[in-house]
Design a protein. Sequence first.
Length: 165
Amino acid sequence: MTTSENSIMTCAYAFAAARFDSATNHHSLHATSRFEKDTVIVPFKAASTQPVASYLTVQIDLQKHITLQPTILQFVNHSCEPNVFFNTSTMEFTSLRSIAQGDELCFFYPSTEWDMAQPFECFCGRPNCLKEIKGAAYLPPEILMKYKLTDFILRELNTRVEQAF
């Protein structure tokens, strides 16, 4: 991966560095070393808990959303082909596949979010891009089951499927 001349590092931890791209006005998080598939990159915890979602929270129950500690994790962006996962049961940030040093760390937002505070149009450019990201509640089970999902999302999905029958 090449760093754009518009991109500057804003903060770093042992596992990742946040970058800001002045051309797009967006932050991103990039691996500072290589990670093999299924590696715990870093444990995380809830810096705070709130009953409503914001664009900086991760959902762990219907009315329970956490801000992440370490705070650098707030710079993990969405991709329809994620390479990382927030396991909210074990509170571990893990790799879904091998990640090279410098790769952007991206997760699938509906893997943790049932109904997002700020839906958006996805421009990840992946062949399986879903285009509109609003949360797991808006996706059919056959799409969701292609992804690793948190226990919370799996419970909500099972409830939805049971109610349909």
